[in-house]
Write a protein that binds this ligand. Structure first.
Ligand SMILES: [Zn+2]
Length: 368
């Protein structure tokens, strides 16, 4: 705390931008009302800072030059699009300061959070739900440190959102290009490596256009070999969470690594089936189907909920993109019917379990 730099301060009951502020006046933090230091210089953008050892608790992130510059550019970007952006609005109700707010007349206000420093999953969730619980919409735009690297699962987990037109996506703000970079149609190849498309949008309208083309996309065909090998590696390394999943298989005399190929059958869907969680869920559904000939509707419901609960720790992408459980269950049912693991009957389903392999080598021999 206290290391935060800001553009906006209170001055005689008004809010003043640091670039218009004069030295030797008294400026105060709009959140904690402590006196601030005004810093102006040739080497950095004018800004306010708390005194050392400040106890201000409304913080966004310790700001770098990159962060200040990005915020200025984002506000400009919004102004060109006819918004009237507001810097650093403080929401005392939930103790947060938004980087840039775009007030909207007929829809919830939109917030740009420009994230340059590392941040934990929990903090992103907390800030996001802080806004959303108060009827605000938030877009996280990631800074340079996130752009230089290839997209990683941990970033996806924290920041990915879902839209039918672009699938799973992450947003970036490029201070160099002065535009929003979007990585979209993000897919997991099965071993944790990600594929995606990239586009730079130098105007708000270009950005919005991307979201207007709604279309279904087929699931990315996952690389089943990589997926099984990864599973095998995790189990051999003694990972407890994976071993807990494997234990679900023992009573049925099955081996998780030998899951049927049906698990990897692609569906045509507008939802992103990505991440190992989705495939683990399918495998766990089949494990539980084993030994059943018929299921009533409530039995089926229970079974599918149980499989989802077991795979939940691995379904982080689906969770962070906030897709409802119901939508997933519908997709899982669609997949079971398409692969004929289930057939619809008058009062439920009949089950036909596909072949399981004994282990990786068995699968390799029979399919390779
Ligand atoms: Zn303060």
């Amino acid at each position: 705390m206290g290391s935060e730099k800001m553009f906006i301060a209170e001055f005689h009951q008004r809010l003043v931008d640091a670039k218009d502020a004069k030295p030797k006046e008294d400026y105060y933090c709009p959140a904690c009302h402590e006196r601030l230091i005004l810093r102006r210089g040739k080497c950095y953008l004018a800004h306010f800072a708390h005194q050392p050892h400040s106890r201000c608790s409304v913080s966004s992130e310790p700001e770098s030059r990159e962060h200040l510059l990005g915020k200025r550019q984002l506000a400009h970007f919004a102004r060109v699009a006819k918004f009237q952006p507001v810097f650093e609005r403080v929401y005392p109700e939930f103790n947060q300061r938004a980087d840039v707010v775009l007030p909207r007349a007929t829809r919830p206000d939109l917030i740009f959070e420009y994230q340059c420093s590392p941040i934990s999953h929990a903090s992103v969730l907390k800030r996001t739900s802080g806004y959303e619980n108060h009827g605000l919409q938030v877009l996280w735009l990631l800074g340079p440190r996130y752009q230089v690297k290839r997209l990683k699962q941990t970033v996806l987990e924290r920041f990915a959102r879902f839209h039918p037109a672009v699938g799973l996506y992450c947003l970036y703000w490029s201070t160099r290009e002065r535009g929003i970079i979007i990585r979209y149609h993000i897919r997991d190849r099965g071993d944790g490596t990600l594929t995606y498309m990239t586009q730079t949008c130098r105007s708000w309208s270009t950005f919005c256009q991307l979201f207007r083309r709604a279309h279904s996309v087929s699931e990315w065909p996952i690389d089943a070999t990589r997926f099984r090998l990864r599973l095998q590696r995790q189990l051999f390394s003694g990972d407890r969470r994976w071993q807990a999943l494997q234990r679900q298989c023992y009573p049925k005399h099955l081996n998780l690594i030998g899951m049927p190929d049906a698990v990897f059958t692609p569906l045509l869907t507008s939802l992103p089936l990505t991440g190992i969680g989705a495939y683990l869920t399918r495998a766990l559904i089949l494990v539980q189907l084993a030994g059943n000939e018929r299921l009533t509707n409530p039995e089926f419901q229970q079974l599918i909920e149980r499989a989802n609960a077991l795979a939940k720790p691995y379904n982080y992408v689906q969770r962070s993109a906030r897709l409802g459980e119901r939508r997933w269950q519908k997709i899982e049912l669609q997949w079971l019917l398409q692969t004929r693991c289930l057939n619809e009957k008058a009062t439920g389903y009949s089950c036909h379990l596909p072949t399981w392999y004994t282990d990786f080598n068995d699968w390799f021999k029979q399919t390779g």
